[in-house]
Ligand binder design. Structure first.
Ligand SMILES: *Cc1c(COP(=O)(O)O)cnc(C)c1O
Length: 490
């Protein structure tokens, strides 16, 4: 299957590209994105035939229906990485919290957050494509939290790919920083930038625009690629677990085949819920997709009013930082599916130029047939963390907590809901410790121990071990020195 472009074709790029091409250069004509030219069918026959399938078997069959240009052996190797998750047989546990409410835990991978679900297999596939073409790629990532550790973990020691992660020296939690600076491999470089996340991002932007830097890459025969969440190479793996969760509910006798359910997804750049959208479009019985946001509630306003308006919006720093986003990139793929390329280009150009677009009443109606949305403040989230722990003994992180607000305001308790848990409690321990014990301003190690004691759970070895692991990347620089530093590494 080939991939076409959300904003139409500008004649400089081909009309359609292969999966490999869409992975290597994810930006399409007019600044658009690549989408599959058609969607395979995953309705009841497909579901019936996979009722007893392992996660890997299901994933392998979902991918094969997309008929992508990647060898089966490479796909199998990529999917084998799910064997490194806590339970190789069931990398995505679905646990019952109470009547009609289930939690899909997407954080059982090596870096304890949901980014592993897609980045683990994606890293293998990108490296294989680069090797097959005998090309070398550099991935540059500015990260404040979950993407950096997951990208380093997946690409370490992979051939033909180097990764440079730039993090704000004042802007990550201890656990997130340690996950990056202790990751040792010759093809990885981690650089702290003095300042906050904006400083790290602007350093990266300046670097990408530097003629000297681009010239140097050319001389070294290195191309830039991206592992960010608009890459369809990540999205394809995020379709699988929505189908898996549905089958899990059937297996647990919670629903009968064909019964519709709610999928409730804590959303930022919209990759996770987009996977659910595609699964629904392909026939998965989903009543509604529930979009949960934090106070950066741009998606709530879009679904409720049909207006995407960031003219006066300022990014708010919340306790769920992976969802602190104003331009939610993957929404564009939904616009394309519902309204076509011409209209998508019109809407996205309006957003780029005027910082606003407005859907027609008919367009909004179509959107609302599929999605509902609401947002959760930090203080509400804290309350949910506390009450859910008190009532059910269940520990959750602040991203997951936003779903409990939408579960109350936007769902029907008679219909089964799956809430997605996107990070383990260990990744955001100071917030959780504060919710549970009132303790304030604790460092991660103190917070982890406080939660461990309060909830009588062990700190997982891979998190505990971070605090005594050797720091291999101790570079912290001014943002003006970044070019020199990276060229030296290359
Ligand atoms: C990335 C991330 C999200 C948001 O996912 P999107 O696919 O960007 O919508 C939510 N929670 C956590 C913990 C994340 O790391």
């Amino acid at each position: 299957m080939n991939f076409i472009q959300t904003r139409g074709c500008d004649e400089n790029k081909p009309q359609s590209v292969t999966f490999s091409q869409a992975i290597l250069s994810p930006i399409a004509s007019f600044g658009g994105l690549y989408v599959p030219e058609s969607l395979p069918d995953f309705s009841e026959d497909f579901l019936d035939s996979h009722i007893n399938s392992s996660y890997k078997k299901l994933a392998s069959d979902v991918l094969s229906r997309f008929e992508i240009d990647i060898d089966k052996t490479v796909i199998d190797e990529a999917l084998a990485l799910y064997d490194k998750f806590d339970d190789a047989k069931n990398p995505v546990p679905v646990v019952k919290l109470k009547e009609n409410l289930f939690i899909s835990e997407l954080y059982h991978g090596p870096t304890r957050a949901f980014k592993d679900m897609a980045l683990q297999p994606f890293g293998k596939i990108l490296s294989s494509i680069a090797q097959a073409r005998d090309e070398n790629y550099l991935i540059l990532a500015a990260t404040s939290g979950d993407t950096g550790p997951a990208a380093l973990e997946t690409f370490k020691n992979q051939k033909n790919v180097k990764v440079v992660c730039i993090y704000p020296a004042d802007g990550t939690s201890d656990v997130q920083r340690l996950q990056m600076v202790t990751e040792e491999a010759p093809n990885l470089k981690v650089i702290g930038i003095k300042g906050n996340f904006d400083d790290a991002q602007s350093a990266l932007k300046t670097l990408l625009a530097s003629p000297n830097f681009n010239e140097a890459l050319k001389d070294k025969h290195i191309s830039l690629s991206a592992a960010n969440s608009v890459n369809f190479g990540r999205i394809i793996f995020q379709i699988v677990y929505h189908i898996h969760n549905y089958l899990e509910l059937v297996r647990q006798n919670a629903i009968t085949m064909g019964e519709k359910i709610y999928l409730n997804v804590p959303s930022g750049n919209f990759g996770n819920v987009l996977g659910g959208f595609y699964a629904k479009e392909m026939g998965l019985p989903v009543e509604k997709l529930v979009i949960s946001s934090n106070e950066n509630n741009i998606l709530t306003r879009l679904v409720q009013t049909g207006i995407y308006d960031i003219r006066d919006s300022k990014l708010i720093q919340t306790t769920s930082p992976a969802m602190d986003i104003l331009k939610s990139s993957n929404v564009e793929r939904v616009l394309y599916s519902l309204y076509g390329a011409t209209r998508t280009r019109e809407l996205m150009e309006s957003l780029d130029k005027e910082n606003i677009y407005t859907l027609t009443a008919d367009e909004l109606k179509k959107l609302q047939e599929i999605f509902v949305a609401d947002y959760c403040s930090d203080s509400e989230g804290k309350e949910y963390i506390k009450t859910v722990f008190k009532e059910y003994g269940y520990l959750m992180d602040p991203h997951t907590a936003t779903c409990f607000k939408t579960y109350e305001t936007k769902s029907n308790p008679d219909i089964k809901t799956v809430i997605y848990s996107t990070a383990e409690w260990t990744k955001f321990s100071p917030v959780i410790a504060n919710a549970l014990t009132g303790e304030n301003g604790a460092k991660d190690i103190v917070a982890l121990e406080a939660i461990s004691k309060e909830a009588n759970v062990k700190i997982p070895a891979m998190i505990d071990g971070l605090f005594s692991k050797k720091i291999v990347h101790d570079t912290v620089i001014e943002k003006t020195d970044i070019e020199k530093e990276i060229l030296h590494f290359l």
